[in-house]
Design a protein around this ligand. Structure first.
Ligand code: GAL
Length: 334
């Protein structure tokens, strides 16, 4: 009897300690810390690399490559996280878990997922880069009825018949949806309009003749800003930007977004996000600090940009807070 009570006591103590420990991790975060481990609300480092953020009402969904060590190496995963403040992210599951779609070689890759919500069909349409040895160069489409999946794979293809490697997404002010994709044989980077139901890439809008990938676009105060990285694989390089008054162009020359010698602080562009607040519209860059040997540990840079009048600049990544009501960001003491 005494033994049983002792055991029960120990069990309760363990349970108590585990709860305390989990609570410490689950504490609400107030500061975004670019480049550091970014714990989700369960305390696990966010797995949403090469990601995209889709806003539905007041909720942001962050989709990206999930590269956790515990995953089945024969499958490819897209992680999904939700947040209302861009700071605390709740894991909503791996919303796409894919086995080899058909006849691809075992080393096939699924990268840079981007999700578009179609108001007419009420479907969530995910575009991904599907490849084998980076030679196949296709996009894949998967669909869901909910932002949190499960997404079902539909097909893979060459958009408008072109090769497509890194992809990005852009929704214009009028709600039109565009896929941005790197078309290497054409020596550039395309902006193409999606069909009404988003299930196809319908019309080429522009080919930017610049060898750039990790493409992202935002519309800010009358100008389109386009950001991209050089073609150096997992290695960082000086990311650049150009502007235009229309998506068709003409686009200005590409210029550095940070001092070229810092190689974008080790990060590669993935997406531009706009937070429209009562006092300020803030544009944030979502970028990846890749760790090719330990991909699960790759980090993120989500940083407010200095933007306006045709200029765009990435300040040194540093901790900050964001006020979702006013749109203001404030750097904090380190
Ligand atoms: C990068 C690309 C990444 C990944 C990597 C593989 O250029 O942006 O998404 O494809 O190459 O080397």
């Amino acid at each position: 009897m005494k033994n049983i009570l002792l055991k029960r006591g120990r069990l309760l103590l363990t349970l108590f300690l585990v709860t305390q420990f989990t609570d410490t991790f689950a504490q609400k975060q107030t500061v975004i810390r670019p480049g550091e481990i970014w714990p989700d609300t369960d305390g696990n480092h966010i797995q949403a690399h090469g990601g995209g953020i889709t806003q539905i009402g007041d909720t942001y969904y962050w989709y990206g490559e999930a590269r956790a060590q515990s995953q089945d190496p024969d499958r490819r995963y897209v992680g999904c996280y939700s947040s209302k403040d861009l700071t605390n992210w709740k894991f909503r599951g791996n919303v796409l878990e894919m086995a080899n779609p058909d006849t691809l070689a075992a080393n096939w890759v699924l990268e840079r997922p981007k999700v578009f919500y179609n108001k007419k069909t009420k479907k969530y349409v995910m575009y991904v880069h599907i490849d084998v040895n980076y030679k196949l160069a296709q996009v894949g489409i998967a669909v869901s009825n909910k932002p949190t999946g499960p997404f079902e794979y539909v097909r893979r293809f060459h958009p408008l018949g072109f090769e497509s490697r890194d992809i990005g997404q852009f929704i214009d002010e009028d709600g039109s949806a565009y896929l941005i994709f790197e078309d290497r044989p054409s020596g550039g980077f395309r902006i193409a309009k999606l069909s009404d139901d988003y299930m196809d890439v319908e019309k080429n809008i522009c080919l930017l003749k610049e060898r750039i990938e990790g493409g992202a676009i935002i519309y800010y105060e009358g100008l389109y800003y386009c950001v991209g990285s050089g073609l150096t694989g997992w290695k960082p390089n000086p990311n650049k930007y150009a502007t235009a008054t229309s998506l068709e162009g003409p686009w200005t020359e590409f210029k550095d977004i940070a001092p070229p010698e810092v190689n974008t602080y080790g990060a590669q562009s993935s997406m531009l996000i706009k937070v429209v607040g009562s006092k300020k519209t803030t544009v944030l860059l979502l970028a990846d600090i890749w760790k090719p040997e330990t991909q699960w540990d790759s980090r993120y840079v989500l940083m407010p940009l200095e933007i306006g009048n045709g200029k765009l600049w990435l300040p040194t990544p540093q901790p900050y807070t964001i006020n979702m009501k006013t749109g203001e960001t404030t750097f904090v003491e380190q």
